[in-house]
Design a protein around this ligand. Structure first.
Ligand SMILES: *Cc1c(COP(=O)(O)O)cnc(C)c1O
Length: 392
């Protein structure tokens, strides 16, 4: 929850800087009027550097970032793209929009993609795999990357929840051939609406940059209205106001993640010893963004009781168990393309994922934590799990 909690004078100062230098809100051109102020471009460079990657392209949303990434790789009709059954609808929407066939793999105890199930779903038509670091925990990247490399399949990371996290010291979003980020208002860092694609290869960046801007190559040899083009495209550009906010938020990102990790630990220490609570599995070498504290209880009825007891104390849950239907492909009967790829019957398509998700509980974690929250969480779970507190 995070970026919006620390929105303040730094973001405002970056916006005022645009107005002080010419008030040009478009990322391209107007060179004589803008006092050398290019916030989106500066944001892209700073973000790429922070993620230890060569190229970044800022776009209008995280969903747009996925769509632009698929376009940059030339993925389209007749291709299959495999993602995971537990993600936000946007991941599958982007595949459908690119006219490729969406396929979902099961998740495992990490609540991210199960590499064994992925292996079973790869076909000669599979062109890309999109792993999602759901709720801020890294996917099993070494295993999945090895599988993709062995089959010549492009690895894409949907790092909407992974911004500021890493695995084995390498930033999430920089393991794949490309990684996508969301800066919507609920994400770890935010520009209100916004997103970004991180590229490892210059040619992918060039195709993506042109495609997100109607095919514009932004050829420096000619003015924009005479610009050269090699492909058609669309408009998913970010504007300067968002770039300005992004610059200020990016500088705060390491501290946001540190604060979330500390707060999650305070919550976990208050509840970890309760019988009936099992932690989510976390791959070795993970540095999680800790946007959420996720654990398993006995069954779905217990998960629902946890939610009720937490709400009664002014605490909340996040996505699990309540917003399951926006994040679990087994419920997406409104997506005929996805249903068709899974034999027409989504409700029974992901039994392993359904088993994990139905008994998962997720508490939101932010930069700010009410002092009494850990003790309240403990009380709530004792009540929900029908335990007795044994006083010392
Ligand atoms: C938020 C989110 C997106 C979409 O980002 P928007 O900026 O809201 O379009 C995509 N994938 C996942 C996993 C997300 O959580």
């Amino acid at each position: 929850m995070p970026g919006y909690e620390v929105m303040g004078p730094e973001e405002l100062a970056e916006i005022q800087d645009i107005f002080a230098r010419g008030a040009i809100l478009f990322r391209h051109g107007f060179d004589a009027l803008r006092g050398d102020c290019y916030k989106v471009r500066e944001f892209e460079q700073a973000f790429a550097q922070a993620m230890g990657s060569p190229h970044a392209l800022a776009v209008s949303s995280g969903t747009a970032a996925l769509r632009v990434g698929l376009a940059a790789l030339g993925i389209g009709a007749g291709d299959e793209v495999i993602t995971q059954s537990f993600t936000f609808v946007a991941t599958v929407e982007a595949i459908i929009e690119s006219r490729a066939t969406p396929v979902c793999a099961e998740i495992d105890a990490t609540l991210n993609m199960d590499p064994e199930d992925l292996k079973r779903r790869i076909t000669p038509r599979t062109k890309a795999v999109i792993v999602v670091h759901m709720l801020g925990t890294p996917s099993r990247l070494p295993e999945i990357k090895a599988l993709c490399d062995a089959h010549g399949i492009a690895l894409i990371e949907d790092a909407a929840w992974g911004c500021g996290g890493s695995l084995n010291g390498r930033a999430l979003g920089s393991w794949g051939r490309l990684g996508t980020f969301s800066f919507d208002f609920a994400k770890t860092m935010t520009t209100g609406e916004g997103g970004l694609v991180l590229f490892q290869e210059q040619a992918d960046w060039a195709r993506g940059a042109a495609w997100h801007d109607h095919g514009h190559e932004n050829n420096p040899a000619v003015p924009r209205w005479e610009d050269t083009r090699a492909s058609s495209g669309f408009n998913f550009r970010m504007m300067e106001l968002q770039g300005a906010v992004g610059l200020a938020q990016l500088r705060k990102l390491p501290d946001i993640v540190k604060a979330q990790r500390r707060n999650r630990e305070l919550l976990w220490q208050a509840i970890h010893d309760l019988p009936g609570i099992t932690p989510r599995e976390v791959p070795a070498g993970s540095y999680e963004t800790a946007d959420a504290l996720v654990f398993f209880v006995q069954d779905n009825a217990a998960a629902r009781r946890c939610r009720e007891a937490l709400l009664a104390r002014g605490l909340a849950t996040k996505i699990l168990p309540e917003a399951y239907t926006w994040h679990f492909a087994g419920t997406w009967t409104h997506m005929p393309e996805l249903a068709a790829a899974h034999g027409g019957e989504l409700a029974t398509a992901f039994p392993q994922s359904a088993a994990w998700l139905s008994r998962a509980v997720s508490l939101p974690v932010g930069v700010k934590l009410r002092e009494e929250a850990p003790a309240l969480a403990r009380q709530a779970l004792i009540e929900a799990l029908q335990l007795q507190e044994v006083s010392a």
